[in-house]
Design a protein around this ligand. Structure first.
Ligand SMILES: *Cc1c(COP(=O)(O)O)cnc(C)c1O
Length: 401
């Protein structure tokens, strides 16, 4: 009889995503013909712009199908620098840019290059599902900084202070946020900058939703609040959300030269370069017309207004108005402990499962984001789906005793 092969020790630390149960069920229901309305998707429902697709096709036709430089083709890194300069007023050189296989991979390279056993990294919660496992896979420890609904999910001085220890090496910021849609205030970013400067932290700013902002005025950013922090900041971004290019897998990081060089070492021993074809497409996105992100945002803004109004019709729900991204994150805790047909709803996982079974709407339980009172609904879907889904939501919730 053959042996049961042991897995690596690190596998004991990585928990399976609590979203999987609902997702698997939603897929199975849909496959069996059920009319499931999907609010669980974390990607734009728009097609990649035609000129970007054309650049990808041209890359294939021209035989641009071999390895590229590990950090990305020079013209793409230059294009990233030009965008950062033009859109943000930040000066970076191509050797301070890494192109990776999606924004998530940039984050992974960063964590492998920066953190290890004994290090603590502050993660504001609710957080994006991938932050804790990526920090843990580097051997470091995530320290969760609680953000409160009452404070519009902004960082407070006392809560931040409560996370700091001698082991703190850095903090991950995501603004606008997945899942809350919140934006950190300049004041909160100032508090982070002060501690980062005093203690030599690295600040990772995940700016992936920076083109999807519903408020007027400039998006507050730690590099603008504290330009003197620049040598301690790593910017993570990509074209996945801004140009509806999730499947192309192109992200980019900008930061101090020695950190990007370290990230390039990690990338050179894992994925080498991002796809040559996708790099050409991303180049077209960054140097071509810049109206696409704005048009997509206009569509998202209309949907946001609608979905929020529908959610606010339900008195038991509270929902902070998102300022960016394409998610609403209502608080369902008024329903916890209550039941429908003897089925008790104890937490966000139960609530998502109930909504899927009773209303055929797929959502993501807040537990996945470290916030069990909430459920995330993506509005990166059509107005028709949103309208029908919200009716089903209202009906399903009204049945809970
Ligand atoms: C989508 C997303 C990313 C990047 O995704 P990729 O598909 O890997 O480019 C990064 N951070 C957050 C918070 C996201 O939601």
């Amino acid at each position: 009889m053959s042996a049961v092969i042991q897995l690596a020790g690190r596998m004991g630390k990585i928990k399976p995503s609590p979203t999987l149960a609902v997702n698997a069920k939603a897929k199975a229901l849909k496959a069996s013909g059920a009319d499931v309305l999907n609010f669980s998707v974390g990607e734009p429902d728009f097609a990649t712009p035609a000129h970007v697709c054309a650049a990808g096709k041209a890359a294939i036709d021209e035989g641009f199908t071999r390895y590229t430089a590990v950090p990305g083709i020079p013209e793409l890194r230059e294009a990233v620098c030009a965008r950062l300069a033009q859109d943000k007023g930040w000066q970076y050189k191509p050797e301070q840019i890494q192109v990776s296989c999606g924004g998530k991979h940039g984050l992974y390279n960063m964590a492998q290059a920066m953190f290890g056993p004994g290090d603590e990294v502050i993660i504001p919660a609710p957080y994006w599902v991938s932050y804790p496992p990526i920090i843990e896979l580097a051997g470091a420890k995530p320290i969760f900084l609680p953000l409160s609904e009452k404070n519009n999910f902004d960082i407070t001085e006392a809560d931040l202070a409560g996370c700091v220890s001698e082991k703190t090496r850095g903090i991950i910021l995501n603004s606008p946020s997945n899942p809350t849609g919140a934006i950190f205030s300049a004041n909160a970013l100032g508090l982070v900058a002060e501690l980062a400067l005093a203690n030599g932290w690295v600040v990772i700013s995940d700016d992936i939703y920076d083109t999807i902002v519903y408020e007027g005025g400039k998006l507050p950013h730690i590099l603008d609040v504290a330009p003197e922090l620049k040598e301690q900041v790593i910017i993570l971004n990509g074209v996945s959300k801004s140009f509806a290019m999730t499947g192309w897998r192109i992200g980019y990081s900008a930061g101090p030269k020695h950190i990007i060089a370290a990230m390039n070492k990690i990338q050179s021993q894992s994925t080498s370069n991002a796809s040559s074809i996708s790099q050409k497409a991303a180049l077209a996105a960054l140097v071509g017309p810049q109206d696409f992100p704005g048009e997509m945002k206009k569509a998202f803004a209309k949907r946001l207004q609608f979905i929020l109004a529908e959610i606010n019709k339900i008195p038991e729900l509270t929902c902070v108005t998102p300022k960016g991204a394409f998610y609403v994150f209502p608080n369902f805790s008024n329903y916890f402990g209550r039941a429908y047909k003897g089925r008790k709803i104890k937490n966000s996982v139960d609530m998502s499962a109930y909504l899927l079974d009773e209303a055929l709407i797929a959502s993501v339980p807040g537990a996945a984001f470290g916030a069990d009172n909430f459920v995330r609904f993506s509005f990166a879907t059509s107005m028709e789906v949103i309208a029908a889904g919200m009716q089903r939501l209202q009906k399903a919730l009204s049945r809970i005793a």
